[in-house]
Design a protein around this ligand. Structure first.
Ligand code: ZN
Length: 381
């Protein structure tokens, strides 16, 4: 069982990983800790519909990242385990079982998340301090959950295994889960989440009832963020591609509209210091969005992620296409143990070349890329 606060002191904030906000205390302060769908109004109707129409013992929740797939799966598990009487709305939030799931101490609920995501949600995980938190659900972690699944239910109302996201299981772990999906122990239910069912084994997808979560309306997302005192909610929502939970996390990490809007001009000046302390996946995400928006603006279309006024004029489309290829190559190896600063310098200097007429800093001030991060040394897929 992954439990929450009890072992927080035993966990380490992975400063070199997803974000400083992965620290449980920051997650708690920002309201990022795991809850059900009660806090996410755009998912309430979807949960009620799923409970009404659910058949079988396994559900796959398909949703874009950052809109609440984990919270939905958690709410579904809470409803399945709720002990309120017939006819009551589930989850009732009042019964012993609902209180236990909310406290993340229910003996019949097992969560399996990669370590870095568990930390983001303030869940206690154990890992080697010398290594980065895992981005995979390891085979041993899944097997221990399957061993747990055949033990007697603690409260006599069945058991629930929640896996988020299912694509974090490697092939061996997925194969181990398959047998339980085919022949689950009595009273066992499984809920998986995924951002891309195409990444999963077809034999897993075919054994689950699929639930596709709706994207929240922009107005609903803005209201939700503003209720949580997120300044610059509109720009942060655009920056995340309309993902309110991601926008809330970025806000908690200290990213504001001014810093986001400063990225295009900084890249045009070949100034990589704008990404100081950014983890590589976050920096690559921002650079890809910038390349996307720069191309849109050059074609006369409205940018999607950055304010129009923040984007320099004079794009060189050939250089932009070359830069996008470089970013894609690095994206395929985002988990490689990069030297963040050197990688940022190399990518930003290449990015600066896409804007014609934007003068780069003089050689005396321009950051020099190290040889190992020249474009030709990026790993090829
Ligand atoms: Zn209940």
């Amino acid at each position: 069982m992954v439990t929450a606060a009890a072992n927080r002191r035993g966990t380490r904030s992975p400063a070199d990983e997803a974000s400083p906000a992965a620290a449980p205390d920051v997650a708690e302060a920002a309201g990022l800790q795991l809850s059900g769908v009660q806090e996410l109004p755009w998912l309430v109707a979807a949960l009620a519909a799923t409970l009404e129409h659910q058949k079988g013992h396994a559900v796959m929740v398909h949703a874009d990242p950052g809109i609440g797939a984990l919270e939905f799966a958690f709410g579904l598990a809470q409803a399945w385990l709720c002990e309120s009487g017939d006819g009551a709305q589930r989850p009732c939030s009042r019964c012993v079982s609902c209180r236990l799931t909310r406290a993340q101490t229910h003996p019949d609920l097992m969560l399996r998340l990669p370590q870095h995501l568990a930390l983001q949600h303030g869940l206690a995980v154990e890992y080697d301090d010398k290594r980065k938190p895992s981005r995979q659900i390891r085979v041993a972690e899944l097997r221990s959950a399957l061993d747990w699944s055949v033990t007697t239910s603690g409260r006599g109302h069945g058991k629930v295994l929640l896996i988020h996201p299912a694509e974090a299981m490697n092939a061996v772990a997925a194969s181990a889960l398959l047998k339980t999906l085919e022949e689950p122990p009595a009273g066992m239910r499984i809920v998986l989440t995924t951002a891309d069912p195409g990444l999963l084994l077809a034999t897993i997808s075919s054994r689950c009832q699929r639930v596709v979560l709706p994207r929240p309306e922009r107005a609903d997302s803005l209201q939700w963020l503003q209720q949580r005192d997120v300044a610059d909610a509109a720009m942060l929502l655009d920056a995340t591609g309309g993902r309110p939970l991601t926008a809330l996390r970025w806000h908690a990490e200290g990213l504001d509209a001014r810093a986001w809007a400063a990225i295009p001009s900084a890249v045009a000046r070949a100034d990589a210091t704008v990404f100081a302390s950014w983890p590589v996946p976050r920096m690559l995400d921002a650079l890809q969005k910038l390349a996307h928006d720069a191309a849109l603006r050059a074609c006369g279309a409205e940018p999607r992620f950055f304010p129009r006024a923040s984007l320099p004029d004079g794009l060189d489309l050939v250089a932009a296409a070359r830069w996008q290829q470089s970013l894609l190559r690095v994206m395929r190896h985002a988990d490689h143990p990069w030297s963040e600063g050197l990688l940022a310098e190399a990518l930003v200097i290449e990015g600066a070349q896409i804007w014609q007429g934007v003068r780069a800093p003089s050689p005396s001030t321009r950051p020099q890329p190290r040889a190992e991060f020249s474009g030709s040394r990026f790993p090829n897929a």
